[in-house]
Design a protein around this ligand. Sequence first.
Ligand code: GLU
Ligand code: MG
Length: 460
Amino acid sequence: MTALEDARERGRELAAALAADGVAGVVIVWADNNGIPRSRTVPVSALPQVAVAGVGVTHLFAVFDTNDGIAFGSPGMENASGDVRLVPQLDRVTRLAGQPAFAWVPGRQVTADGGPWAFDQRSVLERTVARLDAAGYSALVGYEMEFGVFEQPQDRDDDALLPAHPGPAYSPHALLPIDDFVASVMRDAEANGLRLGQVHAEYGPAQVELSLAATDPLTAADHQLLARQTVLAAAEAHGLRVSFAPLPTLAGAGNGWHVHTSLWRGGENLLAGTAEGPRGTAGAAYIAGLLRDLPALAAVTAPSLGSLARIRPGFFAGAFGFWGVENREAPLRYVPGSALLGEDHANVELKVSDASANPYLALAALLTAGVAGVEENLAPPAPLSADPGTWKKKERAAAGIEKLPSTQAEQEEALSNNPRIAGVLGEDLLGAFLAVRRADAGWAEEKETEDVLAAWRWRY
Ligand code: GLU
Ligand code: MG
């Protein structure tokens, strides 16, 4: 059987099973360059055909900005003529527990004749994982997802923000008013194949966090999208509204989507270590690689104006370039293993990460930066347990600690001047990615930050 015949056959089997389960439509999802999930829904009966040929979508999604404006002009994105095929990844088809008439599947965008398309974000991560694999590495990735839960107003256009829980932070009492919602999230996540770590009330009123167990990078990115769909469906069912935006309001808590990674070689977790840091030089080099590329990396992992508003000193969001052991103010927080947790628990958490990042690009950039550090045997500076945000400028300069880029222009400069991270995206996709960032910044130029945050509150 050819690969295409195989896909058609698999599509037939899946269509029959889904139809027997009462599923009407299959939602094919990808994430755009703003981290916004986009989709096409096909009837289950179309799955055999769609499994082979995909569905047609405009190439211009590569330059959709956060407001659904189209940032024409970058190479390949000059005008409205063009089409790509969105092909479902059949091994990931998931019937949605919270939307039982629908199944969910991530898609890849390919050219009209089925070849690779330079702007497809999922392929970027696939290539990165294949490169790691060829060099003898694998990675484990776990997401923490913070979000705000609000009452659904009577009138959907009413943007009054009523936190659905009042706090206190981390209190079991905080979740009582949204008990049924939390229970649905937990049940539906499990049924959808997501492995939850934990769920709790986070720092501010309205804020909740859920964490996903570590898994391979592609699954982690797919599951981050599936988790959003799962949470939003549960919110809808319980008359609630969820904001995944990096900063729903200036006064409220920021929603970090911290990424925990560990790098493995020959069955060994290279990050394993102690409170002094990774034991071996390779694990330390991984952290050094992340630190070296952090300004450019953050331009991919926390790329929006909302991200920049969220990354404030003193908010555990990682505003300065340094690393620490269990230092929650550090953008790179090393989490050692222990006798209790096991050596292999060790990982490093990237805090400059949120829902406005495309998860495939973010993980591809992150792993590339870390592995480059290993391959070049970099050595990191000493970890910090303090918060350099509380130091005088002079003290930070003496310690070689810089603020991460805090404007769109600074982020663009950091990314454009870093061939390693820019190269992960490749010239075409980088052009589209930056065009989108500039379009957002141009739109926001005359606006108050609070208004920008309000406009994007429900976009992710
Ligand atoms: N909400 C914080 C952020 O914006 C993170 C708090 C925490 O350490 O969990 O990233
Ligand atoms: Mg948290």
